[in-house]
Design a protein around this ligand. Structure first.
Ligand code: URA
Ligand code: SF4
Length: 208
């Protein structure tokens, strides 16, 4: 067994004093951890540079990896539908991920999602921090535990954060489940209704 070297991290790839488009272009060349090796491309955040709400997912999935855009696969379609039903316009939300490259295992022809490690989340965190600094939203919504821990630290849980607002100097933070957990839930109807409740709560506390 070889030893796993600590990743260099994204920070050294982040250009100083740059705008969002310049940062996005730089992220395309990130080698901050090993995840770029097997993935197709960096999937950076998307949405208005002055969005008042930023939603943070986990990492791109299979379709996001090939298309180069966040939340365009099955989880993204569920998120779009839920956002619409909760009275959000997806076009006004900046959508991104804690980790910008797809991590997977190959099973035959399929690529199965693998959860990024804490080390990978930390390695990638400079991109998310830069997005939050440049977009400067009023509210950050963490979708799932990986996002919650990326934004608030390793002890954060969705259970404690859903339906709550954490006030930080620059923005408020809340969390709900990841849309893929709704797709996987044994009782999908209830899981979806709970997800909608969270989004409605979030919608009610934001002015769009
Ligand atoms: N799941 C995520 O967390 N992000 C995406 O972009 C797609 C699926
Ligand atoms: Fe860089 Fe993040 Fe991709 Fe790792 S996952 S190579 S840190 S963009």
């Amino acid at each position: 067994m070889g030893t796993t070297a600590k990743p260099v991290g994204a920070a050294e790839f982040v250009p100083a004093d740059a705008d969002l488009d310049t940062v996005r272009a730089a992220a395309a060349g990130c080698r901050g951890c090993d995840l770029y090796r097997n993935a197709t491309q960096t999937v950076f955040g998307e949405g208005p540079a002055d969005a008042s709400v930023v939603m943070v997912g986990e990492q791109p999935g299979d379709q996001e990896d090939t298309q180069g855009q966040p939340f365009v696969g099955p989880a993204g379609r569920l998120l779009d539908r839920a956002l619409g039903e909760a009275g959000f316009d997806r076009e006004t939300v900046y959508l991104t991920n804690a980790v910008k490259h797809f991590k997977f295992a190959e099973r035959g022809k399929r690529r199965i999602h693998k959860q990024p490690s804490r080390t990978e989340v930390v390695a990638c965190s400079a991109w998310l921090a830069t997005e939050l600094e440049l977009v400067a939203p009023e509210l950050v919504v963490c979708l799932g535990a990986v996002a919650a821990k990326a934004v608030l630290g390793p002890s954060a849980t969705v259970g404690e954060l859903r339906g709550q607002m954490v006030q930080r100097p620059d923005y408020r933070i809340t969390a709900t489940v990841h849309p893929s957990s709704v797709l996987r839930a044994p009782d999908r109807k209830t899981a979806y209704a709970d997800f909608l409740d969270d989004l409605a709560y979030i919608r009610d506390t934001t002015r769009q």
